[in-house]
Design a protein around this ligand. Structure first.
Ligand code: UT7
Length: 324
């Protein structure tokens, strides 16, 4: 028995922050950002928007596409590292907003792997008896960015993507999902403050510990290596080769990472879905946003082999192969 994605949905805030806007904020240039990252613009939440607001909008679209009512949901999982607040979970806020009266709800933090990790849980829960699970990747990365740090502020954006997972009928569906973690490299990408190690205080705010810190160059190398490994693992597990893959939907951090991975796998970049040029790195939202775009545009069709691969803070990395 397998689970499958019954419907996808996405939402990004209206406000666009271009590279030209960033040129006025920090010592950077449009050409540097495009050349080093592939990013041209990103979306940023309005003042009255938080993570659950984006998540709710993506969720409602996914439910409509799946033909499932919110009241039919058994479980809601929100993959995020930028929830509305530490307590309660953003998933509970979404549960209330969409009226999913019978659904259990919790958040999952696996940073940029949050969506694939959450999808793995949904897959397992459906296989063990739940009927409908809503999986959302939603982030307000702008809330943890130091807008004076050019090393990070040019990279990230806000958005949400969602899928409804239910039982598969035939041979289609989620073929497998593979998850990995390694705390050995936890210092590569971190938000050190605001948790139990350094609770928020005047000192932590002065030290800017509430913002993302990243060792970009080292992260880049690990990202290429882990993404390649994750792809090879899921293909080998399912007895497929890279030529069998119709559409690759990777986590969107940097176009140079995607090109390097494609080159190592000898996979044509044209079969890779890319949204980072318009949305930047939206962390856990990047894969479901790209997935929804590919489905909506007809790029992913029934019977296609769709490959997902992600990496992120933790470190975490993950992959999945889906027969659509
Ligand atoms: O999803 C979460 C995972 N995160 C990632 O995957 C990020 C992975 N890393 C990257 O994407 C890249 O490492 C970055 C885009 C962050 C940086 O690109 P890079 O080619 O690795 O640049 P670098 O860190 O080696 O820096 C090169 C130079 C430095 O100047 P010096 O020291 O050579 O004088 C930086 O200070 O570029 C400078 N620099 C900038 N210049 C203009 C760094 N950021 C900027 C900027 N504008 N925004």
């Amino acid at each position: 028995m397998r689970s499958r994605i019954l419907g996808t949905g996405a939402y990004v805030p209206d406000r666009i922050l271009t590279n030209a806007d960033l040129e006025k904020m920090v010592d950077t240039s449009d050409s540097w950002i495009i050349e080093r990252t592939g990013i041209r613009e990103r979306r940023i939440v309005g003042q009255d928007q938080a993570c659950s607001d984006l998540a709710m909008k993506a969720a409602e679209k996914a439910l409509a596409k799946a033909g499932v009512l919110a009241s039919q949901l058994d479980l809601i999982i929100v993959g995020t590292c930028t929830g509305d607040s530490p307590l309660p979970s953003t998933a509970c806020l979404v549960q209330q907003k969409i009226g999913a009266t019978r659904a259990a709800a919790f958040d999952l933090n696996a940073a940029c792997c949050g969506f694939v990790y959450s999808l793995a849980l949904a897959d397992a829960y459906v296989k063990t008896g739940l009927q409908y699970v809503l999986v959302i990747g939603a982030e307000v990365m702008s809330s943890i960015i130091d807008w004076t740090d050019r090393n990070t502020c040019v990279l990230f954006g806000d958005g949400a993507g969602a899928v409804v997972v239910g039982k598969a009928e035939g041979d289609d569906g989620i073929l497998s999902i593979h998850l990995h973690g390694d705390g050995e490299h936890s210092e590569l990408i971190q938000v050190p403050g605001g948790g139990s190690r350094f609770p928020a205080s005047e000192q932590t705010l002065n030290d800017k510990l509430q913002f993302v810190q990243m060792k970009g160059n080292e992260t880049f190398k690990v990202a290429v290596k882990t993404m390649e490994e994750a792809v090879r693992e899921v293909l080998t597990f399912n007895g497929h080769s890279i030529e069998d893959v119709d559409v690759f939907v990777p986590h969107q951090a940097n176009i140079r990472i995607l090109k390097a991975v494609a080159q190592r796998l000898k996979f044509p970049l044209e079969k890779t879905v890319i949204n980072l040029d318009r949305l930047g790195n939206t962390s856990a939202a990047s894969i479901p946003l790209a997935l929804d775009e590919a489905v909506a545009s007809g790029r992913i069709r029934c019977g296609d082999y769709v490959l997902l691969a992600a990496f992120g803070a933790g470190l975490t990395w993950a992959s999945s192969l889906i027969r659509w």
